[in-house]
Design a protein around this ligand. Structure first.
Ligand code: KIV
Length: 265
């Protein structure tokens, strides 16, 4: 079977120029990554949301660099075409630039991903620049930054147009090739998107962004806890899975499974 051409950082920028929307989703394992890739998503994020979705934590803070490398590597193995981005985990803002570049470099070298994502804008411009200078493509992340939850106390919509614009412009100036815009009113996110040359990837930021990203479990109806109001649920896999498992348990109890077709003679 012919291999499909890998999507690159340059393709993201070209898509923005052509006015083509970019779709991104999260994945943390081989099977999901393969499925998303074959379904045609342009970008896959091995997000630190893994702490909540896979590990059962209440915030994204606990996930470690080694865990993101372990899962990132599985994801990359499942992907042929999508651009794979892996999150830099908390904490990073205190790091000397050389240490930060080392950590980001480990993500690229040990997973085979094409880029890293770092929460931040203007205050992180030096960090972004250092990684880009070292040859590491960076996605910035402005608006709601879940890694700061212990500092800010709650997840909220970010409405300060000037701060958002300063952050997004600084990230672009520092060399980021895309910027995630999280929990921002649609008109402000659309303004950022029109202002920037790099694509904005919105999550809870309206239709005016150059692309969209969601946590895959939210979209598939697999999330057991809180689901943000900006999520559109495209399937109800929780019900499908529960029904299947209940049927199996019933069949085991009644002796219906295994039947003749599942039995060696
Ligand atoms: O960690 C994550 O999954 C994210 C997004 C959904 C943008 O940062």
């Amino acid at each position: 079977m012919a291999t499909r051409k890998r999507i690159t950082v340059a393709d993201f920028l070209a898509m923005k120029k052509r006015g083509e929307k970019i779709s991104m989703l999260t994945a943390y394992d081989f099977r999901t990554a393969k499925l998303l890739d074959q379904a045609g998503v342009e970008g896959i994020l091995v997000g630190d949301s893994m702490a909540m979705v896979v590990q059962g934590h209440t915030t994204t803070v606990p996930v470690t660099l080694d865990q993101l490398i372990y899962h990132g590597e599985m994801v990359v193995r499942g992907v042929e075409r999508s651009l794979v981005v892996v999150d830099l985990p908390f904490p990073i803002n205190h790091l000397a630039l050389a240490e930060l570049v080392d950590r980001a470099g480990r993500l690229l070298k040990e997973t085979g991903c094409q880029a890293v994502k770092m929460e931040g804008g203007a205050k992180q411009a030096e960090c972004i620049e250092a990684m880009v200078t070292a040859g590491i493509p960076v996605v910035a992340h402005v608006g709601l930054r879940p890694q700061s939850i212990n500092l800010v106390g709650r997840y909220r919509v970010h409405r300060d147009r000037d701060v958002l614009l300063t952050d997004a412009r600084a990230a672009q100036q520092a060399g980021a090739f895309a910027v995630v815009v999280e929990c921002v009113p649609a008109d402000i996110a659309a303004h950022l998107s029109a202002d920037l040359e790099i694509p904005t990837i919105g999550i809870g930021a309206g239709a005016g962004c150059d692309g969209q990203i969601l946590v895959t479990d939210d979209l598939l109806g697999l999330t057991t806890g809180y689901v943000p109001s900006f999520v559109k649920q495209y399937a109800d896999l929780q019900t499908t899975m529960t029904d299947a498992v209940q049927k199996y348990c019933g069949d085991v109890r009644s002796g219906e499974f295994p039947g003749p077709d599942q039995t060696f003679t």
